[in-house]
Design a protein around this ligand. Structure first.
Ligand code: ADP
Length: 499
């Protein structure tokens, strides 16, 4: 089974969030199941600088297509490459004028989307579709699996080829976050080289704009998202963000497959970024990680304080605007905070102000740093993820493995992965964290108070830690679900009705 994995982030080379972790973990797990996986990605500098070219594949077709005009793009070529430490080959989509821009793959230095993002990511979809059409005659995928709006046009081009009578691979599209939809003005459509009829309500037109996300939801053979609960939530007006109608229409081909964790990277017993490793049977050694965290974040050495950690993009999605509202109570109850994040300037400012107001009690690092992320996940007692919505969430899964109990809102993947410390769940030995419902100051405060109460009972706390640490969200299980999906698609394609 040959799978072309189309995405824009890959850990450890280029990461802005969980998407990068998923690309490396899932692709490796699919390989372990015997799939022949290759990436298609833009030649962003951090990838291009690390990659070694194995073979030049050739220029993407420009000019005409079976249905008319090809996308209007600068010269874009594709090279088969390898990356150090990565067994999955990469088709690098190369065009210096589109991709040779260091830093964030989507935003310029001013924090705004690049003006030509429609072209930049159309080129990715166009490259994937052409690989699906035999651009590399030595390797033609059975399935093109795109991830998030950046890969959204791949299924649309594939459908255009199929409508023109070509044999095409099946397409799967995974929504990692419906809030980022790849919206562009209608004028961008002319550059995409898609059939005119695709710019309609039943195509990728979204209230007069072009939506790359909608293109994928409309044209992919199967749609997945990254947790079962989020798969249900996005069918509602509240969480469907304008696409719920289409998603309800396509509910028959939509499913939720929970993300996994790369335990080679995220395990306290083998974490190269910790000076003293620990595991469930050496829980007292977690205090070394806590001490290291305090030092790193300038927190006072108060051995009995409950340390709350945050590792997050600072965006409205993450519900962290609630944290300043409960700060005073949290500190009065005997808590400390170590926060690592970057994002919306207003949130960054609020947390920096909190750190200035409460030195030694609130430590804030604004920025992106893998070492500090591991320090927080390992050293905190509780990891806070009070999200407004959360497709899957990875930090709570990392917290579980490190015995750092997640305190989360009951949404999306958080609801699917954390079991609340109710008396019944504690008694049954299945509790792993603290879960609250209402996205409000009081909702969060109630869960914080319950965390403090349990912390007064060290034996119960340690029992919950051990339950959490014993859980496994293995990529193997998730990859098996994806493989089943690919196989069912191949069976559909080969069935007599589809011929
Ligand atoms: P999202 O993809 O919505 O940002 P996830 O919880 O799925 O949220 O994944 C977040 C990933 O990004 C995790 O691997 C987390 O450790 C990492 N991360 C988030 N913010 C930072 C940061 N400031 N520094 C280092 N890693 C971060």
């Amino acid at each position: 089974m040959k799978i072309l994995y189309v995405c824009s982030e890959l850990f450890p080379f280029l990461k802005t969030g969980g998407l990068a972790d998923v690309s490396s973990g899932l692709s490796r797990a699919l390989q372990a199941l015997g799939c022949d996986v290759r990436f298609a990605m833009p030649a962003f500098p951090s990838l291009a600088g690390a990659a070694t070219v194995t073979r030049s594949i050739g220029l993407l077709p420009s000019g005409s297509t079976p249905w008319g005009q090809a996308p209007v793009l600068p010269a874009v070529d594709v090279a088969l490459t390898t990356l150090p430490g990565c067994d999955v080959p990469l088709y690098m989509v190369r065009a210096a004028s589109l991709y040779a821009r260091p830093g964030n793959p989507y935003l310029g230095p001013d924090g705004k989307d690049w003006d030509d993002n429609a072209q930049r990511f159309a080129a990715l979809g166009w490259a994937a579709a052409n690989i699906g059409q035999g651009l590399d005659p030595d390797w033609i995928p059975d399935v093109i699996h795109g991830h998030d709006w950046h890969a959204g046009l791949a299924p649309a081009y594939m459908r255009a080829f199929a409508d023109a009578g070509r044999i095409t691979p099946a397409t799967v599209f995974t929504i990692h976050n419906l809030a980022y939809q790849g919206l562009f003005p209608a004028s961008a459509f002319a550059q995409l080289g898609l059939p005119e009829s695709f710019f309609s309500m039943n195509g990728l037109e979204y209230y007069g704009q072009v939506s790359f996300m909608k293109a994928a939801l409309q044209y992919a053979d199967r749609i997945t998202t990254v947790s079962p609960t989020y798969a249900r939530e996005i069918l509602t007006g509240e969480q469907g963000l304008g696409l719920d109608g289409l998603l309800r229409e396509r509910a028959g081909v939509l499913s939720g497959i929970l993300n996994g964790v790369d335990y080679q990277v995220w395990s306290p017993a083998s974490d190269a970024l910790l000076s003293v490793p620990y595991d469930a049977d050496q829980l007292t050694q977690k205090s070394c990680a806590r001490q290291a965290l305090r030092e790193r974040f300038g927190l006072a050495p108060q051995p009995h304080a409950l340390v709350f950690g945050v590792v997050s993009r600072l965006s409205a999605q993450k519900g962290l605007h609630l944290l300043p509202l409960v700060l005073e109570e949290l500190l009065q109850l005997g808590g400390q905070i170590a926060l690592l994040g970057q994002g919306e300037p207003e949130l960054e400012r609020a947390f920096l102000e909190a750190a200035a107001r409460y030195p030694g009690q609130v430590g804030v690092h604004i920025g992106y740093d893998e070492g500090s992320a591991h320090a927080v996940v390992a050293g905190a007692d509780v990891i806070l993820v009070p999200s407004a919505f959360e497709p899957c969430g990875l930090t709570q899964l990392y917290g579980l493995r490190y015995g750092t109990l997640p305190l989360v809102r009951r949404v999306g993947g958080l609801a699917d992965t954390v079991v609340d410390c109710t008396p019944e769940n504690l008694h049954a030995g299945i509790a792993t964290g603290f879960v609250f419902d209402e996205l409000s100051r009081d909702g969060l405060l109630g869960a914080l108070q319950r965390a403090f109460t349990l912390f007064q009972r060290p034996r119960s706390w340690a029992a919950v830690q051990r339950t959490a640490m014993a859980l496994r969200f293995d990529w193997h299980a998730s990859a098996q679900h994806y493989l089943d999906l690919y196989q069912s698609l191949r069976a559909d394609k080969n069935s007599p009705e589809s011929v």
